[in-house]
Design a protein around this ligand. Structure first.
Ligand SMILES: C[S@@+](CC[C@H](N)C(=O)[O-])C[C@H]1O[C@@H](n2cnc3c(N)ncnc32)[C@H](O)[C@@H]1O
Length: 277
């Protein structure tokens, strides 16, 4: 069916998205919303936007909300995107951790990839950490990788990528951390268990309260807040502050900025902030 999306429908749906996910769908996104919604609704029994909107309002289980938010999220990502953050992990975060670990045997480096999309970011973090920290038995690192999109998370957890997505990974690291696919998987690579074992994928909406168990040395929240307005960004950045350990870091995307929002982080360099000790 040709989907009729009136200005009023668009307004209601974008208000819903803003309330639930903090994402600002400005007018320029109307065609995108119409296209993605048409695709989603084709596989459902809904016969109109109004009927679907009513179901969203009554949705207590997330049955409609989760796939709806899935279809409006923008998921572009790639391995070792914005390499300065991986250099910073190698040159600053890992040495500080190793110094701490030398006096505290049980120390573990805890990193959160918030808005991890299809997994390239958390796997790039995992490679950097495993390359920089020598260990016996279990590696002393853990990466929590979360996203609002269940579709992206299942892709991420499967860890299978077409060869052209691995272009930024040097061939020795590719051999060490990826397995080449055979037969019907020719042209694809799968991440090896050593990487998968240090990453936990979980659906988490950044608009929700953060669990009290959250505590991280570093948070990557890159190219996510660009979809939020300043008010939502301010709330989330201040929530990050509460779950970063003293001396820990927040990385944001290079095209993002915390200018104009009230927060207690210390500016270290572009897109890098610290919770000072
Ligand atoms: C463009 S991707 C960024 C991926 C990766 N961080 C990077 O920089 O390459 C943005 C991701 O943020 C997620 N996202 C958007 N709103 C969110 C929210 N409220 N809670 C959690 N994730 C959200 C989207 O689903 C999407 O996968």
């Amino acid at each position: 069916m040709e989907l009729q999306l009136t200005d009023q429908d668009f307004q209601k749906l974008s208000d819903f998205v803003y309330q639930k996910a903090g994402i600002n769908l400005h007018d320029g996104k109307k065609d995108l919303l119409r296209a993605r919604l048409a695709k989603y609704l084709r596989n459902t029994d809904f016969t109109s936007i109004k009927e679907f909107y009513q179901a969203l309002l009554n949705d207590r289980t997330g049955e409609y909300t989760v796939p709806f938010l899935d279809c409006i999220s923008t998921n572009l990502t790639y391995f070792f995107r914005e390499p300065q953050h991986f250099d910073f992990l190698r040159e600053t975060v890992i040495p500080t951790f190793l110094e701490k670990a030398s006096t505290n045997n049980g120390a573990r480096l805890e990193i959160w990839s918030a808005g991890c999309s299809s997994g390239e970011e958390p796997y790039s973090i995992a490679i950097t950490l495993l390359q920089g920290i020598s260990y016996h038995g279990r590696p002393p690192v853990h990466i929590l990788a979360t996203d609002i999109s269940t579709r992206m998370l299942s892709h991420a957890a499967r860890g299978i990528y077409p060869a052209e997505k691995l272009g930024a990974i040097p061939s020795d690291l590719k051999r060490r951390y990826f397995k080449r696919g055979k037969n019907k998987w020719e042209g694809f690579f799968k991440v090896k268990p050593v990487l998968q074992e240090v990453v936990t994928f979980k659906r988490f909406n950044l608009m929700e309260p953060f669990p009290s168990s959250f505590s991280f040395d570093v948070i990557f929240c890159r190219n996510v807040m660009i979809y939020f307005d300043k008010q939502v960004q301010e709330k989330i950045v201040n929530k990050f502050w509460r779950v970063i350990k003293s001396g820990g870091y927040l990385f944001i995307g290079h095209s993002e900025s915390l200018t104009g929002i009230d927060h207690p982080f210390k500016y270290v360099k572009p897109s890098t902030y610290q919770k000072s000790t």
